[in-house]
Design a protein around this ligand. Structure first.
Ligand SMILES: C[S@@+](CC[C@H](N)C(=O)[O-])C[C@H]1O[C@@H](n2cnc3c(N)ncnc32)[C@H](O)[C@@H]1O
Length: 204
């Protein structure tokens, strides 16, 4: 896996199989904050579903932003969890590294779990009801199984009324699939003059 520096000086990897980077090259950590944490207004007490954990930057940004949160991450690839061990970021990222190694991290502030396997299957095993969902697969062309109506239905069913989802894609077909299962869909922030991201709300 090739390590790449992005424009906010944080690192990401390039995945040869998917021929895509894990993050926008305009800034990997910035992307986590601006497209996920800020628009979703992540706060203390939230139960969060991190679909496509990867390097764990979205969970990391949530951990840096607040405490007393529970996160369940879904990921298929054990290799990326090994690769992220070489990143040196800060003390809070050491929590993410431990989570990636043990699949579990718990202290007085954070209750974090990582479930391995195809997210379209592992999601069906979840009993929790979530306040916040990060939806961060590779592009719809490369990762079509995670952008379907069926998968969105499984997500929707596991969200509390008033819960919110964010994803970087603003593709029309993706937004139509989100609307078809009951989400209210809005433009999310655009970062560095790229197109808007998408925020989806489950109404009260
Ligand atoms: C764009 S990257 C995610 C970046 C990540 N959120 C981060 O902050 O580093 C997409 C991730 O989805 C994972 N993935 C691809 N297909 C999957 C599937 N069917 N189920 C679960 N994870 C999958 C890949 O292994 C990869 O880690």
């Amino acid at each position: 896996m090739k390590l790449m520096k992005t424009k906010d000086d944080s690192y990401t990897f390039f995945n040869e199989k998917y021929q895509e980077a894990y993050h926008s090259l305009t800034g990997a950590i910035e992307e986590a904050k601006k497209k996920y944490i800020e628009p979703l207004e992540v706060k203390e007490g939230d139960v969060i579903l991190d679909i496509c954990f990867g390097l764990g930057y979205n969970t990391f940004a949530a951990v840096e932003h607040t405490k007393n949160i529970k996160v369940i991450g879904l990921e298929i690839d054990e290799e990326i969890l090994k690769d992220l061990q070489e990143l040196q970021i800060n003390e809070k990222y050491e929590i993410i590294k431990q989570l990636a190694k043990e699949k579990r991290y718990k202290d007085k502030d954070y209750d974090l779990t990582l479930i391995m396997g195809p997210a379209q299957e592992t999601i069906k095993t979840l009993q929790e009801q979530f306040d916040i969902v990060f939806l961060d697969p590779f592009s719809p062309r490369k990762n079509p199984e995670l952008w379907t109506k069926e998968f969105f239905q499984d997500i929707f069913q596991r969200m509390k009324p008033g819960a919110k989802l964010a994803t970087y894609s603003c593709a029309r077909a993706i937004r139509e699939n989100l609307r078809a299962v009951g989400f209210i869909v809005k433009d999310g922030p655009s970062v560095k003059r790229r197109g808007p991201s998408t925020n989806a709300l489950k109404s009260l």
